[in-house]
Design a protein around this ligand. Structure first.
Ligand code: IPE
Ligand code: IPE
Ligand code: MG
Length: 250
């Protein structure tokens, strides 16, 4: 049977703009309040004992938003990294980032690099920020890195299997993704963790991200705990084993 608490939770934090528009405020106000949800949910996940929390904060495609919104988001990210540093350091959280990080401006990149480096030895929970991130971009990059090794003669093409490709992804060291939550009522993946989602449970909630706090997370975890994860097997096969480990492709 599956353990009731997911090891790895991913969240598509959506609905900031609509939250602000409903209040006749500029979209950035929604992003600002959304940053409070990030703090609340990170703290809750840490307290619950979740091993890994991956937050989709800015997609590869979000670069095409109006320049003012992108600039304001970058400043909010910088503020978040500066303000959260003590909490992350004090609570043994390991900060990790995935995505095309070279595209980020130095005002984000510098505090991000510093906090990732300084928290790298922490064992409490891995908080991964998906920044300038796209699932397809991530897969293309992994394929390229394997191709480079093949061209250099250091990798046998026959060794490229599900495990090898998974390890070449930036999420390769994280536990398998168990639960994906998307807020705001949209039911799509929007280029998030395409590979890692293979056997994740999906939970879509109507709440806009700035309103998503611990009580909403608890409800999502309850929904997860009620699911039967079969990984391609039958229910009775699962009843015969008490394995809670995701089977590999074989
Ligand atoms: C999610 O909220 C945050 C980012 C994508 C950066 P949105 O800004 O997408 O909010 P909506 O979906 O327009 O309401
Ligand atoms: C997905 O939300 C990206 C993040 C939450 C960072 P979007 O608002 O960009 O996705 P679409 O445009 O609704 O697909
Ligand atoms: Mg959106």
């Amino acid at each position: 049977m599956a353990t009731s608490l997911p090891r790895h939770v991913g969240i598509i934090m959506d609905g900031n703009g609509r939250w602000a528009q409903l209040r006749r405020q500029p979209r950035i106000e929604g992003h600002r309040v959304g940053a409070q949800s990030v703090r609340d949910i990170t703290r809750a996940a840490r307290q619950l004992g979740i091993e890994a929390l991956t937050l989709y904060a800015f997609s590869s495609q979000n670069w095409s938003r109006p320049v003012d919104e992108v600039a304001a988001l970058m400043e909010l990210l910088r503020d978040y990294l500066v303000d959260e540093r003590p909490e992350i350091m004090d609570n043994q959280i390991r900060l990790f980032a995935i995505g095309d990080l070279e595209r980020l401006p130095a005002l984000v990149r510098d505090p991000l690099d510093a906090l990732c480096r300084d928290s790298a030895h922490h064992r409490g929970m891995t908080l991964t920020l998906a920044l300038s991130y796209g699932g397809r971009e991530s897969l293309a990059r992994a394929a390229r890195s394997l191709a480079v090794q093949v061209a250099a003669g250091t990798l046998d093409p026959r060794a490229i299997d599900v495990e090898a490709l998974g390890r070449a992804l930036p999420t390769g060291e994280l536990p398998p993704l168990d639960l994906l939550i998307r807020t705001s009522g949209e039911q799509r993946i929007s280029n998030f963790m395409l590979w890692e989602l293979a056997y994740a449970e999906l939970v879509f909630v109507d709440v806009l991200w700035p309103d998503f706090r611990r009580a909403e997370l608890d409800r999502c975890l309850e929904a997860y705990a009620a699911r039967e994860r079969r990984f391609g097997l039958t229910s009775s096969q699962l009843a015969d084993t008490d394995s809670d480990v995701e089977p590999t492709s074989g």
